[in-house]
Design a protein around this ligand. Structure first.
Ligand SMILES: *[C@@H]1O[C@H](CO)[C@@H](O)[C@H](O)[C@H]1NC(C)=O
Ligand SMILES: *[C@@H]1O[C@H](CO)[C@@H](O)[C@H](O)[C@H]1NC(C)=O
Length: 304
């Protein structure tokens, strides 16, 4: 059975596609030196959850994207910005609502066959320039509801795979076009011991305590340390996953255990592959869909 028949593709395959289209070349993370608007407290912050002897690293951070320097353009020097775009400047904007990320109707004709489109909309992907290996990230975001479209607010491995090991860890919050009344969580941690990403194995659909639609703003949080991940929404924990819950055939699939993770914000057209498209209820029907589909990032915070 091919991997195509699993529930869906992961964001990293999409990212790979994006990078191979040459929007920009990968860039190493830089140490953060931001303007006052992007508050970064000292590494020696008294609020550390892990105590002063713990080598895990995390820097408290907050931005409400009121300053355009929050996101460096893909071809600009990102060293003074907490975020860097992987996609072109027309895919996002800093507005009075915060950071808006766009998925636009593809240029040219779109043909649908076998549950997929042959032409995908250009869309935003934005990385943090900093990484962390424990802590709590909160994404205050909304996403337009359009079948076939995915908004993804994730943590993704920031280590390049130069040591022969696979480094494709992800901890995900995804707002998926199959329904706006639920939000989804997932993890990925393929390794040499078991390289299968196990699509669809760890994913869940979570509820909202109130205001049940991802089209309005909610605070989604991911807290993690070396042995557990807790997802929450609007201040309520909804899912706890411990390392011991991640074993398949004796192999643990616990992400972010050994590597730092980077924050990544994205909206994408899920119409390009059968598994992804059926997961997202695609392909996008551009006869009905808005010509510009929007994900709004009101704020991003990191607590340690
Ligand atoms: C964005 O993050 C991914 C995952 O860490 C990394 O592979 C890629 O090089 C990063 N790109 C930029 C432009 O920072
Ligand atoms: C998200 O959390 C912040 C900080 O507690 C709060 O000010 C904001 O109103 C929350 N946003 C939503 C949509 O609940």
């Amino acid at each position: 059975m091919s991997k195509l028949s699993y529930n869906h593709y992961s964001f990293f395959l999409y990212l790979f596609t994006l990078l191979s289209f040459g929007f920009c070349s990968p860039r190493p993370a830089t140490s953060p030196r931001y303007t006052a608007e992007h508050t970064v407290h000292s590494l020696n912050s008294a609020h550390s959850l892990h105590g002063r002897d713990n080598p895990r690293h995390c820097q408290p951070f907050h931005t409400s994207f009121s300053d355009p320097s929050a996101v460096a353009e893909s071809n600009a020097d990102p060293s003074n910005s907490p975020f860097v775009a992987l996609s072109p400047p027309e895919t996002y904007a800093i507005t009075e609502n915060g950071l808006e990320m766009y998925l636009r109707r593809p240029k040219g004709e779109v043909h649908s066959a076998n549950g997929m489109n042959d032409n995908l909309g250009e869309a935003a992907t934005i990385n943090s320039t900093f990484s962390m290996n424990s802590g709590k990230v909160t994404y205050e975001v909304s996403c337009d509801f359009v079948p076939g479209v995915v908004c993804a607010f994730i943590l993704i491995d920031s280590v390049e795979a130069s040591d022969g090991e696979m480094h494709l860890d992800e901890i995900d919050v995804e707002l998926v076009g199959s329904g706006s009344a639920r939000w989804q969580t997932n993890i990925f941690k393929p390794s040499n011991a078991d390289p299968d990403p196990h699509y669809g194995h760890y994913d869940t659909k979570e509820q909202y305590p109130q205001n049940p639609s991802y089209t309005s703003l909610h605070n989604y949080s991911i807290s993690w340390d070396s042995d557990k991940i807790v997802w929450g929404v609007d201040g309520q924990d909804t899912r706890t996953m411990r390392k011991e819950d991640t074993y398949i055939n004796g192999v643990p699939h616990f992400p972010g255990e050994t590597d730092s993770l980077r924050l990544q914000l994205g909206i994408w057209d899920g119409s390009g592959a059968e598994g992804t498209s059926s997961w997202a209820d695609g392909p996008v029907n551009w006869d009905n869909a808005p010509q510009k589909i929007v994900a709004t990032v009101r704020s991003v915070s990191v607590e340690c």
